[in-house]
Design a protein around this ligand. Structure first.
Ligand SMILES: NC(=O)C1=CN([C@@H]2O[C@H](COP(=O)(O)OP(=O)(O)OC[C@H]3O[C@@H](n4cnc5c(N)ncnc54)[C@H](O)[C@@H]3O)[C@@H](O)[C@H]2O)C=CC1
Ligand SMILES: CC/C=C\CC(=O)/C=C/C=C\C=C\C=C\[C@@H](O)[C@@H](O)C/C=C\CCC(=O)O
Length: 264
């Protein structure tokens, strides 16, 4: 799908990976609605994006992905201003093992809420234009991160939800592709103050820092570049793209033959 003239919604767009996603979408000619709970944090990045790409190409909408009402209002405003939605990047997420409910509500349920509200606008079966939805998972959605069990659960859920939605969409004719991005450690605020973020698992902070040292970190631009391939390539549906310092790799998952109930 060519991005020129398309409309994208990015959640958690005020900083980090979400801001990088917004930038690469704008660089490729899309209009972008930047959604975030943190309006103050979005102010300066938005000014910079407006100066570079033009104010007519971007809007910021305050939105808490824990609220279906706020998501629906933001999507409605986006359609009013830009005429429709072609792309959704469910990116907002937190790392907070002290409050596992919050982690699940934002990281997993926020992706599900955003997807289901977006279907009301994007699904070709209900008059939408179709398009593509990218869900920001993590390498911790491919393999468990011992110091972050609830975060890991949220990201495994994002990968599973994405792959199931991709299959449902293809079988039903939604005209929407669904793909997950699974980065390793990325240089953002989310991986600062790790011990505080680990809550009852803070005893595993040293092991986590060691993993960061061994695996290294990547830049937000590396994640955005990997996501771009999933946005543009119309053959990509149901993928989980692992993004590490060594590059991006499409994960292979076992397929089961229900009649034999064992991996093929
Ligand atoms: N930083 C990393 O190492 C990795 C991050 N990820 C994922 O990437 C996504 C983005 O994370 P980062 O850019 O690293 O973090 P970040 O902390 O830099 O940015 C997260 C953004 O989401 C926003 N946000 C938080 N809760 C929200 C809510 N309820 N509603 C709306 N917006 C909300 C924040 O205000 C912030 O602007 C997250 O889903 C995270 O789990 C995945 C793999 C690695
Ligand atoms: C402390 C920072 C936490 C959250 C940010 C985030 O999402 C970073 C995740 C980065 C790495 C996660 C690594 C998990 C590693 C273990 O699960 C190992 O079992 C390896 C996992 C998968 C290997 C993938 C493959 O098959 O090659």
């Amino acid at each position: 799908m060519a991005l020129v003239g398309k409309t994208a919604v990015v959640t958690g767009a005020a900083m980090g990976i979400g801001r990088a996603l917004a930038e690469i979408l704008l660089e490729n000619g899309a209009k972008v609605a930047l959604l975030d709970i943190n309006e103050a944090a979005a102010e300066r990045p938005l000014q910079a994006l407006e100066q570079h790409f033009g104010a007519e190409k971007t809007i910021f909408l305050k939105c808490d992905v824990e609220s279906e009402e706020q998501i629906r209002a933001a999507f409605k405003k986006t359609v009013e201003i830009f005429g429709g939605i072609d792309i959704l990047c469910n990116n907002a997420g937190v790392l907070n093992e002290t409050s596992w409910e919050k982690t699940i509500s934002i990281n997993l349920m926020g992706v599900i809420r955003g997807t289901y509200v977006a279907l009301e606008q994007m699904n070709q079966l209900s008059g939408g234009r179709g398009g593509v939805i990218i869900n920001m998972a993590s390498m911790a959605g491919i393999g468990p991160l011992l110091s972050c069990p609830s975060y890991t659960a949220s990201k495994f859920g994002v990968v599973g939800f994405t792959r199931a939605m991709a299959a449902a969409s293809e079988a039903s004719g939604y005209g929407i592709r669904f793909n997950a991005v699974c980065p390793g450690f990325v240089q953002t605020d989310l991986i600062t103050n790790i011990p505080v973020r680990l809550g009852q698992f803070s005893n595993l902070a040293a092991a986590t820092h060691k993993l960061v040292d061994v695996m290294g970190t990547i830049a937000v631009s590396d994640v955005a570049a990997a996501a771009l391939e999933l946005l543009i390539d119309d053959t990509k549906n149901g993928e989980a793209l692992l993004v590490l310092q060594s590059g991006a790799t499409y994960m292979q998952f076992p397929t089961f033959n229900p009649t034999q109930n064992k991996p093929l």
